[in-house]
Design a protein around this ligand. Structure first.
Ligand code: GDD
Ligand code: MG
Length: 360
C-alpha cells in the first residue's frame, strides 16, 4: 500500500466566510493546517504517494505543502474546473495513480480527524477480498451521515446517504470517510461529470453484487464540519486524545506557539491553542479554545470552547462560551457571548453591548 487520494474540494471546504477566511483544510488545528494531521497519519501508515483532489480555493494547498517532501511524501494536486462530487473527484485523479488494476488505493475525506488504524483497514480489505472496504463508526445521531448496515461478517448490505425518514435509520453505523478501493473500481466511475460516491457509486456497486466490506472501529473520530467541531478537534489533538504525529510539541493542557505572549497568571487549559503572535493578557482564562494568529485576548477575559479568529480582539473581562469570532473582529470589553454565537469577520461589538445573564 503506497498511495492515497485525499478529497479536499466541494462546498464543504469552507469553514464559512463569516468565521475565518482560510479554507477549512488549512485552518490550524493544534498549530498546523488541519490537513497536515491527515497527511502525517497517512505517511506514518506507510503511504508515500498522495493525490489531493481539490476544487474550491485549490490554490492555497500547493504553496504550503509543495511536493510533500517535508512530510516524507510525494504529493500531487489535481484541481477540478467545476466540483465533480466525491466520486467524480476520485475518478478525476485516476490518471495520477501508480497502482495496477487489482491494487488497493486509500481514499480519505479531507475533513475527518480520526485515530483509525489505517493498516488494519488495508488488511481487512486484503483478507476479505472486497472490491471496496469502508471504515465505519457508530454515532448517536446518524442523520447527517451515510448509514452503512452490515451483515454478521461485516459485508455491507446497503448505503443510505443522509437518511430522510425514520424508517431509513436502520443502524447507528456510519461511513467514517476512509476507504480502500481496488484501482479497477476507481477506473469504472464515469469520467467528466459529477458523481457522488455515496449516492451513486456505493449503491450502484451493491446493486451490481460487488463486495463492499465494512470495518467498524470505535477509535477517536470527529467530522470537522462546523467551527465548534473544529475547536473540539484541535483541543483533542493538543490533549493527545486524537493521535497525530504532526502536533508541534508535547501533548498537554495547552499549546503556545512561537511568538505568542501569555501573561504569567493567565490560565490556559483543556487543550487550548494560542497561535503565533497572539497575546493573552493578565488573569485571562481560556479553556478548550483555539486562538488564531495575532489575536489579542485582553486581561480578565474568560473564554471556553471558542474559536477566536486571526487578528481579532477580545476585550477585557469579556466572557465567551461556544463562540466563533471571525478574523479581525473586535469584541469590546465586558460583553458576554454564548453558545452558537458567530461574529462576522471584521465586525465591531462595542464595550458592554451584549450579555446573556439576567439583571442582578
Ligand atoms: N475534490 C472534491 N470535489 N472534493 C469534494 C467534493 C468535490 O466536488 N465534494 C466533497 N468533497 C470532499 C469534501 O471536501 C470532504 O473532504 C469530503 O469530500 C466529504 O464531503 P462533505 O461535503 O464533507 O460530506 P459530508 O460530511 O456531508 O458527508 C460525507 O462524510 C461523512 C463523514 O463525515 C459522506 O461521505 C458521508 O457518507 C459520511 O458519513
Ligand atoms: Mg464532511
Amino acid at each position: 500500500m503506497t498511495e492515497a487520494i485525499l478529497l479536499v474540494g466541494g462546498k464543504g471546504t469552507r469553514l464559512r466566510p463569516l468565521t475565518v477566511h482560510t479554507p477549512k483544510p488549512m485552518v490550524p488545528a493544534a498549530g498546523v493546517p488541519f490537513l497536515t494531521h491527515q497527511l502525517a497519519r497517512a505517511r506514518a501508515a506507510g503511504v508515500e504517494h498522495i493525490v489531493l483532489a481539490t476544487s474550491y480555493l485549490a490554490e492555497v494547498f500547493e504553496p504550503h505543502f509543495g511536493d510533500g517532501s517535508s512530510l516524507g511524501l510525494h504529493l500531487e494536486y489535481v484541481t477540478e474546473v467545476e466540483p465533480l462530487g466525491t466520486g467524480g473527484a476520485i475518478r478525476n485523479v485516476a490518471s495520477r495513480l501508480h497502482s495496477g488494476p487489482d491494487e488497493p488505493v486509500l481514499i480519505f475525506n479531507g475533513d475527518i480527524l480520526t485515530g483509525l488504524d489505517i493498516p488494519a483497514l488495508v488488511e481487512t480489505h486484503a483478507t476479505s477480498g472486497a472490491d471496496v472496504s469502508l471504515h465505519l463508526t457508530r454515532v448517536e445521531d446518524p442523520r447527517a451521515f451515510g448509514l452503512v448496515p452490515t451483515d454478521a461478517s461485516g459485508r455491507v448490505t446497503a448505503f443510505l446517504e443522509k437518511p430522510q425518514t425514520p424508517e431509513e435509520i436502520v443502524t447507528d453505523q456510519i461511513n467514517a470517510g476512509a476507504y480502500v478501493f481496488n484501482r479497477s473500481v476507481i477506473d469504472a466511475i464515469p469520467a467528466d461529470r459529477p458523481v457522488s460516491v455515496e449516492r451513486e457509486t456505493f449503491p450502484g456497486l451493491l446493486a451490481a453484487g460487488a463486495h463492499l466490506q465494512g470495518m467498524v472501529d470505535s477509535t477517536y473520530w470527529l467530522d470537522l464540519g462546523t467551527p465548534q467541531a473544529f475547536v473540539r478537534g484541535s483541543a483533542d489533538l493538543v490533549l493527545g486524545r486524537a493521535p497525530s504525529p504532526a502536533v508541534p510539541g508535547r501533548c498537554g493542557e495547552r499549546l503556545v506557539l512561537e511568538g505568542a505572549r501569555v501573561a504569567a497568571d493567565a490560565k490556559l487549559t483543556g487543550g487550548t491553542v494560542i497561535g503565533p503572535g497572539a497575546v493573552v493578557g493578565e488573569g485571562a482564562r481560556i479553556h478548550g479554545s483555539t486562538v488564531l494568529d495575532g489575536a489579542v485576548v485582553e486581561s480578565g477575559a474568560q473564554i471556553q470552547d471558542s474559536l477566536i479568529g486571526a487578528r481579532s480582539r477580545i476585550g477585557a473581562r469579556t466572557v465567551l462560551a461556544g463562540a466563533v469570532i471571525g478574523d479581525g473582529a473586535v469584541v469590546g470589553p465586558e460583553n458576554e457571548l454564548r453558545e452558537g454565537v458567530r461574529v462576522w469577520c471584521d465586525a465591531r461589538i462595542p464595550e458592554r453591548a451584549i450579555r446573556f445573564s439576567s439583571d442582578e
